[in-house]
Design a protein around this ligand. Structure first.
Ligand SMILES: Cc1cc2nc3c(=O)[nH]c(=O)nc-3n(C[C@H](O)[C@H](O)[C@H](O)COP(=O)(O)O)c2cc1C
Length: 190
């Protein structure tokens, strides 16, 4: 019995180590698949929630970060923005002028937006429509006030011609206390 155990234990140990190494390597490859790419986190945020998520993604990926800002800022008053200018832009399909960024040197662009009137905010539409995303990967992230992510990823696909748009990270407000972990797990799945 002792002899069998002496033979079996090292075999079990080596098998266990091999399984661990393979699992670990797979996780590394997944993160590595993203990490060896040139990454930009681009976002628009009116009241800070999307900015907060963008900064967390930036911290965890080491990417460059860019805030999409409209040339004419939105009013600080909620009603003026929500029921005034933003509603009008949504209804008329207006893409407001923005301070843009050249994305040509990036492979992967995380694109963050608040849900505005069931889709992305208009400045994000401008960002996607006015840049060339041919052959690039877009990773959407959305913060919302209870409505969820709608079809924002599909809407992004229509604007960013030639891009591959991945599944979005969708969060209510700034996310809860577990949001850092949620982002880390989502990044591993990409
Ligand atoms: C103009 C406007 C439109 C909005 N439309 C929606 C909506 O359709 N669905 C929703 O769930 N939340 C909506 N919200 C709430 C925001 O999506 C939510 O508060 C978001 O986290 C804000 O992000 P920010 O702080 O980065 O601006 C809207 C807010 C504003 C100002």
């Amino acid at each position: 019995m002792k002899k069998i155990l002496l033979i079996l234990l090292p075999v079990l140990f080596i098998t266990g180590m091999a399984v661990y190494q393979i699992a670990n390597a797979t996780a590394q490859t997944k993160i590595g698949g993203l990490m060896d790419k040139k990454i930009l986190v681009a976002y628009f945020s009116w009241s800070g929630n999307t900015k907060s998520i963008a900064e967390k993604i930036q911290t965890q990926t080491g990417a460059d970060i860019f805030e999409i800002t409209p040339v004419t800022p939105y009013p600080s008053d909620y009603n003026e923005t929500a029921y005034g200018i933003a509603k009008e832009q949504k209804e008329k399909g207006i893409h407001p002028p923005i301070h843009n960024k050249d994305v040509s040197s990036y492979d992967v662009i995380f694109v963050g937006t608040p849900a505005w009137w069931y889709t992305m905010a208009p400045p994000v539409m401008t960002f996607l429509a006015e840049n060339n995303f041919e052959g690039k990967t877009i990773v959407p992230f959305v913060t919302h006030g209870g409505g969820g992510g709608y079809t924002i990823d599909k809407d992004m696909e229509k604007l960013a011609k030639g891009a591959k748009v991945l599944s979005p990270f969708v969060v209510y407000g700034k996310g809860g206390s577990g949001v850092d972990k949620d982002i880390a797990e989502w990044l591993k799945r990409i």
